[in-house]
Write a protein that binds this ligand. Structure first.
Ligand code: HEC
Length: 235
């Protein structure tokens, strides 16, 4: 009995030492200056500050249990990656339409249940965006009544154009660049979709895709993600 007890104590001591040693490895996680903070009404910012700023801003505040390794390692790497995708402390330097697009992407990610990261939500239940908070974000981006459906004449023009287009059997099809200037790529059908954003304010859909690489690892001329807008033309 005595020796079993001793062995147990030793196991605990060794585990505690290991745990202590883990704390010595701390990848740096700094808060760079806030250079171009998001400009939005306080109620909108409050939602984002509560649920997103710990990863998507330069104002990361970690509760004590996130400061302890190995949780700290996970959070530190999440924050670094999150800031590259979306940083509310620097978003203001982007052109206004791009800021709006990012906010729509944020709303989409929340609606999908993808953000805040589910693993993070489990440990920080208060970070979950409630339906009421989501409604605040949507109302800010698309105030009730500001529904911008394309005018009927525009929509009516599109149908015959499309009919004429699909009738040209055999002839090589010339597809004009999209309204944002992105050219049509015949091999686009083989691309892999990374994310898509639905904007209910102007009824467009944005898609971020990446060219698939061949088995030989050849990724073609461009391996950069490309944004495409579909839906009613934005003229
Ligand atoms: C625990 C850290 C964490 C929190 C909190 C968090 N995110 Fe993220 N977010 C990430 C990471 C990591 C990525 C990049 C990897 C990925 O897309 O999963 C990301 C990516 C994103 C993207 C880009 C998605 C894409 O496909 O490019 C958006 C938009 C986003 N987050 C919105 C939000 C919003 C809105 C909130 C708050 C409601 C939020 N995030 C909260 C970690 C976080």
């Amino acid at each position: 009995m005595q020796s079993r007890y001793k062995a147990f104590v030793w196991v605990i001591v060794v585990l505690l030492c290991l745990f202590g040693a883990m704390q010595l490895y701390r990848p740096a996680l700094t808060n760079p200056p806030v250079t171009a903070e998001l400009q939005a009404p306080p109620e909108v910012k409050q939602v984002l500050q509560n649920s997103c700023y710990s990863c998507h801003s330069n104002e990361t505040k970690l509760p004590w249990f996130d400061q302890v390794a190995p949780a700290y390692w996970i959070v530190a790497s999440d924050v670094k990656e999150a800031r590259q995708h979306l940083n509310f402390s620097e978003i203001g330097k982007l052109p206004a339409p791009q800021q709006k697009g990012l906010l729509w992407e944020a709303v989409n990610q929340i609606q999908l249940g993808a953000m805040p990261l589910p693993s993070y939500r489990r440990v920080h239940p208060g970070s979950t965006v409630t339906p009421e908070q989501l409604a605040i974000l949507r109302e800010y981006l698309n105030p009730a009544g500001a529904n911008q459906y394309p005018a009927a004449p525009d929509a009516n023009k599109a149908a015959p154009q499309y009919g004429a287009w699909i009738k040209q059997s055999g002839a090589p099809l010339q597809v004009k660049p999209e309204s944002n200037g992105v050219e049509f790529l015949p091999e686009y059908k083989n691309w892999k979709v990374l994310s898509s954003t639905d904007r209910i304010d102007n009824h467009t859909m944005r898609e971020i895709s990446r060219q698939r690489c061949s088995d030989q690892g050849d990724c073609g001329s461009s391996d950069q993600p490309v944004a495409r807008w579909n839906g009613p033309l934005q003229r």
